[in-house]
Design a protein around this ligand. Structure first.
Ligand code: SAM
Ligand code: DTB
Ligand code: SF4
Length: 345
């Protein structure tokens, strides 16, 4: 397909596809910026109310001492960061935070643990957390590392709506960032999550030194999965002292903010009915850059003062931004993903 931007009809990108070629995705990336945003916004409006935003609150239920070596992550035991490792939280302490998140307007509560994968004995308290959060009327999400099929089933039975497991970058570049697991391990866990009937939250990180081709291949890998993830987090690298990516010499080039906006727009066009979440990195972004990301089709954020170990914008700053933009927090799970028949968030 050769894209001639001035002649592309507005409905060009509306269908849900799983056969994107690298050539096509590169061409979309390089559309004139205004055309790219025009199409992304048009697709967004076809599938969503463009003036609502989905709010997810994150909590780190088990911090640090992770055996994996992800070069971006402050929680790896292999990197000398200032983070103090902490044992798995008590169920009641998690539920207290979930109640606070709900009171502040979050609709989904996401529990993260710095594990390669959960040990079976660790899973029991996590199952209690999930059923407890679900009983509060919140959507539940967890990110616990690799899962075995029976663990995925147990999580679903406890009431887990979503599992977050990111591809993070292209398959080629993955080897430069992580040596303790393979891309295929990620794909296997994603398949177990789907087979168990849960919704998938899967995205990546921009700003790890990847090139344009890696960004194309990450988005292509996500969009060419058998079903699009219902939720696609796009993280901007948060460089944390002591992690290999923050200590690199010479330092990593900063990401061109307009290239970041393009990445959001391409995610929106390739996965038109999925929530695209403007994820890590918002603390450093201007309100104007975030507004441009929403214009490009981002319709979800992490909401609350903390991500896992790093700061996120204060809730009152976010509320002021949403008010200035006329964005309403989404409450009910009334949007159904056309492919999976699942509520899309
Ligand atoms: N251990 C589990 C795993 O790796 O799937 C769950 C937690 S892990 C911290 C979840 C995701 O957070 C990673 O896949 C990565 O996309 C994101 N992340 C971690 N550190 C980050 C950083 N410094 N900047 C941006 N995103 C980061
Ligand atoms: C995702 O894609 N981003 C979130 C969530 N899924 C688990 C994590 C971002 C972590 C940023 C670095 C930190 O706070 O440790
Ligand atoms: Fe561990 Fe996940 Fe961090 Fe990798 S990203 S070091 S698996 S917590």
């Amino acid at each position: 397909m050769s894209l001639s931007p001035d002649r592309l009809p507005q409905d060009h990108f509306l269908s849900i596809r799983h056969d994107w070629s690298a050539e096509e995705v590169s061409q979309i990336f390089r559309l004139p910026f205004n055309d790219l945003l025009y199409h992304a916004q048009g697709v967004h409006r076809h599938y969503f109310d463009a003036n609502t935003i989905q709010l997810s609150t994150l909590i780190n239920i088990k911090a640090g001492a992770c055996p994996e070596d992800c070069a971006y992550c402050p929680q790896s035991a292999r990197h000398d960061t200032e983070l103090e490792a902490e044992a798995l939280m008590e169920v009641e302490a998690v539920l207290k935070q979930a109640r606070q998140a709900k009171a502040k307007g979050a609709s989904r509560f996401c529990m993260g643990a710095a594990w390669r994968g959960p040990k079976d004995r660790d899973l029991q308290p996590v199952l209690k957390m999930i059923s407890g959060v679900k009983a509060l009327g919140l959507e539940t999400c967890a990110t616990l590392g690799m899962l075995k099929p029976e663990q995925a089933t147990a999580l679903r039975d406890a009431g887990l709506d979503y599992y977050n497991h990111n591809l993070d970058t292209s398959e080629d570049y993955y080897k430069e960032i992580i040596s303790t697991r393979r891309y295929q391990d990620r794909l296997d866990t994603l398949a177990h999550v789907r087979d168990a009937g849960m919704k998938v939250c899967c995205g990546g990180i921009i700003g790890m030194g990847e090139d344009d081709h890696d960004r194309v291949e990450l988005l292509r890998a996500l969009a060419n999965l058998p079903h699009h993830p219902e939720s696609v987090p796009v993280n901007l690298l948060v460089p944390v002292s002591g992690t290999p990516l923050a200590e690199q010499v010479p330092p990593l080039d900063p990401v061109d903010p307009l290239e970041f906006v393009r990445t959001i727009a391409v995610a929106r066009l390739l996965m038109p009915a999925s929530y695209v979440r403007l994820s890590a990195g918002r603390e450093q972004m201007s309100d104007e850059l975030q507004a441009l990301c929403f214009q490009a089709g981002a319709n979800s954020v992490f909401y609350g003062e903390q991500l896992l170990t790093t700061p996120n914008p204060q809730s009152d700053r976010d509320q002021a931004l949403f008010a200035r933009l006329g964005l309403r927090p989404e409450q009910a799970d009334d949007v159904v993903h056309p492919e999976t028949g699942q509520a899309a968030y």
